[in-house]
Design a protein around this ligand. Structure first.
Ligand SMILES: [Zn+2]
Length: 103
């Protein structure tokens, strides 16, 4: 239980959780990962417990949208913004940095 934070997802692997965290943080969402590691002498128990991803209540909807969008188009590659040269994930149609539409 965390004040002002809501659990958005639980991942079965730490790598998945870190990828999601990276995507969210790139777009300005605060993320806290919490690992259940009560079984530190038995690593397989960590996997069963999973990695919980928390975001602030006020950013929950935004975070959901980001994860939903990225999950739908993870193989479409990236494109480079003509306005600011930022490399943008292929699942977005506008630059997250300067707002320019994809060309
Ligand atoms: Zn841009």
């Amino acid at each position: 239980m965390r004040d002002g934070m809501t659990r958005l997802e639980t991942y079965t692997s730490e790598i998945e959780a870190e990828i999601a965290k990276g995507r969210l943080e790139t777009l300005g969402v605060t993320v806290i990962l919490e690992k259940d590691n009560c079984g530190s002498m038995q690593p397989h128990l960590d996997l069963q417990a999973g990695v919980k991803l928390y975001v602030p209540d006020q950013e929950l909807d935004k975070a959901r949208d980001i994860l939903a969008t990225s999950a739908a188009a993870t193989t479409s590659g990236t494109w480079v913004c003509a306005g600011c040269s930022e490399e943008i994930d292929g699942s977005y149609d506008a630059c997250w940095k300067c707002g320019r539409d994809r060309e």
